[in-house]
Design a protein around this ligand. Structure first.
Ligand SMILES: [Zn+2]
Ligand SMILES: [Zn+2]
Length: 480
């Protein structure tokens, strides 16, 4: 089982800010309870040689922690310390080193304080950071990133800081502090705070997307800054998030003023997840860091099938026995880079689960890049309209429990944010006569039931003659 990345635990956090601890201000501190997983795994089984930590040789003290069953770091694969682990560096736009280690972080913080745009290599990719109170800096970021209107996510140093700008219910607080640590959409406070968030962050929007720091690197930087920052994906509009330093220099060189990077490679891009609370429940709007690639359990085994998703907000899934592993959010397949990222995610899932699919499930829309990919794979293709599977996915998702697939489709049409351009606009559905919100108060099916319904099962039972892995699905980098 491949686990998701987990936000820094309280024990590691205590060590990071304890001046007497050997990991004081070390940005790559982790233990068996927290730290990188999905973003560093290159193959199974999950052992250090099969991670991007393989190039770092543990020091004697880290080795003792790793071997001691009584230690919190017993068999913690990414375990590291300032002596033996990865380190930070600050680069200018040409890749020249401006500072190293903690000094790099300090100088980067100075740049943000002065209104600069910082590209920060984090857990699953780069962020672009600016002072969220600085209207000029936020506008400059929007202009350079070609992102005109969509709200920008914030990272704030503490829950108290979030509370200055937003209302937080108990459930929202739990989400903010959860091991998944997603961006949470929160209602803004009407009263103006002494240091307001720049209006360009989320123009005219009654909500703010806020998250707390989730790695020691983010914790240290936010404590150093002491104010909210915009922390948006390190990409240009419609492109996938950057994961590698040189790629970031090339793609973000026209956006960022400096680059805070490190020497632990990112095995795959994983964006920040986005969640909100609706009708007293958590609703995941973008399923990525912290959630992917946890499986959805099925009622029975399926033959191995690859599902390649739709064109917008794409994600990929594979069935392995009685589990469906859903990839991280890939994004909109509208640029060559996004399609490359999609292919990389497909190849990565094949590599991780040693998958030999007998069929590919694809959207019925003939022009989707994902559908064309499926048709050229040389396997049996199951064509489906994307609304019914969407409903089934909602059913299968723990905690959502929509009433029926049609209801899920309606929910999708009513969801906030950019509407799917293939949807016909619909009048919002009203609650029932007793005043309950739509979709509540009916019988829920067990999780995963609908994903194993006979239609898709029968359609893919017979493997194509020859079987095997088609060239298109073969790993792009088999030696990785
Ligand atoms: Zn920990
Ligand atoms: Zn060490």
């Amino acid at each position: 089982m491949v686990l998701p990345d987990i936000a820094t635990c309280p024990d590691c956090l205590r060590e990071v800010f304890d001046p007497t601890d050997r990991r004081y201000l070390y940005p790559f501190t982790n233990c068996t309870n927290c730290g990188p997983r999905f973003t560093i795994i290159t193959a199974l089984p999950y052992d250090r040689p099969n991670t991007t930590m393989s190039r770092f040789i543990r020091c004697e003290t880290c080795r003792r922690e790793y071997d001691d069953p009584g230690d919190r770091r017993f068999h913690a694969q990414p375990n590291a310390c300032p002596v033996c682990g990865p380190h930070l560096a600050l680069w200018d736009r040409t890749g020249a080193v401006l500072a190293a280690r903690h000094e790099a972080l300090r100088v980067a913080a100075d740049a943000v304080r002065a209104g600069g745009i910082l590209a920060l290599k984090g857990l699953g990719g780069f962020h672009l950071l600016v002072d969220a109170r600085n209207q000029d800096a936020v506008l400059r970021l929007r202009e350079r990133k070609h992102r005109e209107e969509k709200p920008l996510a914030l990272m704030l140093p503490s829950l108290e800081a979030v509370g200055v700008h937003c209302h937080i219910s108990r459930l929202e607080e739990r989400l903010l502090f959860s091991p998944e640590c997603p961006i949470v959409l929160l209602a803004r406070r009407a009263d103006r705070s002494p240091e307001p968030i720049a209006s360009a962050v989320a123009p005219g929007n009654p909500y703010l997307g806020a998250m707390l720091p989730y790695t020691p690197l983010h914790h240290i930087l936010l404590r150093e800054l002491g104010f909210p920052v915009v922390a948006t994906s390190g990409n240009l509009s419609d492109e996938p998030i950057c994961t590698e330093e040189r790629e970031a220099l090339a793609r973000l060189g026209g956006v960022a003023d400096c680059f805070l990077v490190h020497d632990r490679a990112i095995a795959r891009h994983v964006d920040d997840s986005v969640a909100r609370v609706m009708v007293g429940r958590e609703l995941i709007l973008r399923r990525a860091r912290g959630y992917a690639p946890l499986p959805i359990p099925l009622a029975r085994s399926l033959p191995p099938i690859l599902a390649v998703g739709a064109n917008l907000k794409n994600a990929v899934a594979v069935s392995v026995g009685a589990d469906v592993f859903v990839s991280q959010h890939v994004g909109d397949l509208e640029t060559a880079q996004a399609f490359d990222a999609f292919r990389g995610v497909v190849a990565g899932l094949h590599r991780l689960y040693d998958l030999r699919p007998v069929a590919v499930a694809a959207d019925a829309h003939p022009d989707y890049l994902s559908t064309r990919f499926a048709l050229s794979a040389g396997l049996k293709v199951i064509r489906v309209q994307h609304h019914p599977p969407l409903g089934r996915a909602v059913h299968a998702h723990p905690g959502l429990g929509a009433a029926d697939p049609g209801d899920s489709v309606r929910r999708e049409r009513e969801r906030p944010g950019r509407p799917d351009r293939h949807h016909v606009p619909q009048r919002p559905r009203r609650g029932n006569r007793r005043g309950r919100p739509a979709g509540r108060g009916r019988t829920r099916r067990p999780h995963g039931r609908l994903l194993s319904e006979p239609l898709s099962y029968r359609a893919c039972r017979a493997p194509p003659a020859g079987g095997g892995l088609p060239p298109l699905l073969a790993p792009a980098h088999p030696a990785e």
